[in-house]
Design a protein around this ligand. Structure first.
Ligand code: F6R
Length: 601
């Protein structure tokens, strides 16, 4: 949550405008306040306020600020309400040091008391401000800014990505990373740091992802990184990112979410093209020889994991699905000989990272499924499988789910092959998946707009299914909740009679997911129960199926196989959530209270 950026160039430029553009990129990470600090001859010039980037930048005239070195921040409040004083950057008493931070400094209260006792005056309620004063304190004791930065770092505990400027060394941006993502962008006569890759791509496609515990400084020509007092040779870690800056932008769509929904056929095709059969076979063997299997993830990634877990049942394999933040409850099970599949689009979700650490501490082998090369998850796992969804900027995950299901279906097939099962029908279906996703988009956009008109008039909805359709229902309901703010609840259809049906009355929307034809008859019984209570019945059904007759509204997707259908049957539900949010005047790219990557527990 929160996005940070810092850049240093070899000559003065329209730095305020450059920082504003970086903030616009980062805004999906947090959007309740925004601010910049630019090194000026007499100290640091700070402009910040509560509000969205565009309005704050306009009101405070970011674009008129010139300079060569600066930092910027977009905030998602953790400590302290979204106000002008709590917005970053934060400065020390002398206003010569400015700090931006993503994360939480856990021991800030004790440090704050210590600094107040030494006469420091605090302006905000944030944990971050202590860092500026800590540096100031060490500089008062005679340390250089760099030494003071390092000393201040040694005092803080918690999660952080930090960028700091100090007008006493005007050409440097100091930085540090622990648990919150931070990337160095390698430029020609400039260098920068940023929370994510798309923000770097505006300036350079050469990046160095920093590792936990690393810190250092950049000038326009130098990148200096240390770990535990020892310089790190980062030149060897420079990677060239194949995404273009354009890919990371909206490309003509009104919202990133809609663009990303439409990118799914391509994202699925890239994920299939990137499959490594040998690696899949190796992981299939690991799973087959495992004592226990776990499937771990958060939110959408967890639901994609459920598709896999349910798919394993057909091979008589039992896996324990674990919501990442709940890993502690299951720790007693973790043992040598077990294998876990840990799924995270960003590879930075702290709950998933913590679960992976706990698993590995107990000797469990971890296979990561992630979209981000060199993410923390990728680095900390034994083996990695990459989805190739490209950057996902919209806060609501879309490409995430479809590419994860694609990849996990391929792994499922590899297990089948290892067991001597004929998986050629599934392999053929997998090849058709990108085209089927394209067709599903084409078939349903109009219906989604029409159903959204009705959905928007409701405060609640049910999403019901059975079997491998359940994760699709869960994901559909999650999308509706997070961007349209409609209370949408997913239930196994049979379970709805055990309580939830009490809410159903005239026009209550109930969405059924018919992705597994073998469960059609049973689901139709549940449709009848809901219809008897005058619910509005909406269904996602195989194309051409006569189930359509029983429904008020039908979304259709060409049938492939129950597991792969999860990747396409979800698409109409993404569109439905998107158009419902639009109808209600919500901004689907910036849902309230949410952040794209959750880096706090
Ligand atoms: C839902 C959503 C979240 C994420 C979850 C995990 O639309 O975006 O539920 O799926 O925070 O994120 P990753 O996959 O990055 O670990």
């Amino acid at each position: 949550m929160c996005g940070i950026f810092g850049i240093t160039l070899d000559s003065e430029t329209n730095l305020g405008a450059l920082l504003r553009r970086a903030l616009e990129r980062l805004e999906y990470r947090g959007y309740d306040s925004a601010g910049i600090a630019v090194v000026a001859p007499s100290g640091v010039l700070v402009k910040k306020d509560a509000g969205k980037v565009a309005e704050v930048a306009q009101r405070l005239g970011f674009d008129h600020v010139k300079g060569a070195t600066g930092i910027a921040h977009t905030r998602w409040a953790t400590h302290g309400r979204p106000t002008q004083t709590n917005a970053h950057p934060h400065v020390d008493c002398t206003e010569t040091i400015a700090v931006v931070h993503n994360g939480i400094i856990e021991n800030y209260e004790e440090l704050k008391s210590e600094l107040i006792a030494k006469g420091h005056k605090f302006r905000s309620e944030t944990d971050t401000e202590i860092f500026a004063h800590l540096m100031e304190e060490y500089e008062r004791m005679g340390l250089s800014p760099w030494e003071a930065f390092k000393r201040a770092l040694s005092r803080i505990r918690g999660a952080y990505a930090l960028a700091v400027v100090d007008s006493k060394e005007p050409d440097k941006v100091f930085f540090a990373r622990n648990l919150s993502p931070l990337i160095v962008g390698v430029g020609d006569r400039f260098n920068l740091v940023a929370s994510d890759v798309p923000t770097v791509l505006d300036h350079t496609n050469r990046v160095i992802p920093l590792r936990d515990g690393e810190y250092g400084f950049i000038t326009s020509r130098v990148i200096h990184v240390e770990y535990d007092g020892v310089p790190v040779r980062v030149e060897e870690r420079v990677q060239t990112i194949p995404w273009s800056a354009d890919q990371a932008m909206r490309g003509g769509y009104p919202h990133f979410m809609l663009k990303e929904i439409h990118e799914q056929p391509e994202a699925i095709a890239s994920t299939i093209a990137g499959l490594e059969p040998r690696r899949l076979a190796e992981i299939a063997e690991m799973l087959l020889s495992a004592h226990k299997i776990y499937v771990v993830g958060a939110g959408t990634s967890y639901y994609a994991g459920l598709v896999f877990q349910l798919g394993l049942v057909s091979y008589k394999l039992a896996a324990v699905p674990i919501i990442a933040s709940e890993y502690g409850t299951y720790e007693g099970l973790f043992d040598k000989g077990d294998t876990a599949i840990a799924i995270s689009q960003s590879g930075e979700t702290i709950d998933t990272i913590r679960a992976v650490r706990a698993l590995r501490e107990r000797g469990v082998r971890v296979v990561a499924v992630t979209n981000v090369v060199s993410s923390t998850l990728a680095r900390e796992s034994d083996l990695v499988l990459y989805t190739r969804a490209g950057p996902e900027i919209g806060v609501a995950a879309t490409k995430t789910f479809t590419t994860q299901v694609t990849l996990l279906s391929a792994l499922h097939m590899a297990i089948g092959r290892a067991l001597g099962v004929d998986v050629s029908p599934q392999e053929a279906a997998l090849k058709r998946l990108p085209e089927v996703a394209r067709k599903t988009l084409e078939l349903n956009e109009g219906t989604a707009k029409e159903v959204a008109e009705k959905m928007a008039a409701n405060q609640s909805a049910y999403y019901l299914s059975r079997g491998v359709g359940m994760p699709v229902a869960l994901e559909g309901a999650l999308k509706m909740k997070e961007i349209a703010y409609i209370h949408a609840e997913a239930y196994p259809a049979g379970e709805s009679k055990h309580g939830p049906i009490a809410l159903v009355e005239n026009k209550f929307p109930v969405v059924f997911v018919f992705s597994d034809p073998s469960l059609k008859e049973k689901l139709l019984n549940n449709v009848a129960e809901m219809a008897a209570r005058d619910a509005t019945i909406i269904g996602v059904i195989p194309r051409g199926d006569d189930v359509a007759k029983k429904l008020k509204y039908a979304f259709e997707a060409p049938h492939l196989d129950p597991m792969l259908n999860a990747a396409t049957f979800v698409i109409p539900l993404q569109l439905l959530a998107y158009y419902t949010a639009i109808k209600l005047g919500r901004d689907p790219d910036k849902p309230r209270n949410l952040a794209k990557t959750v880096t706090v527990e």
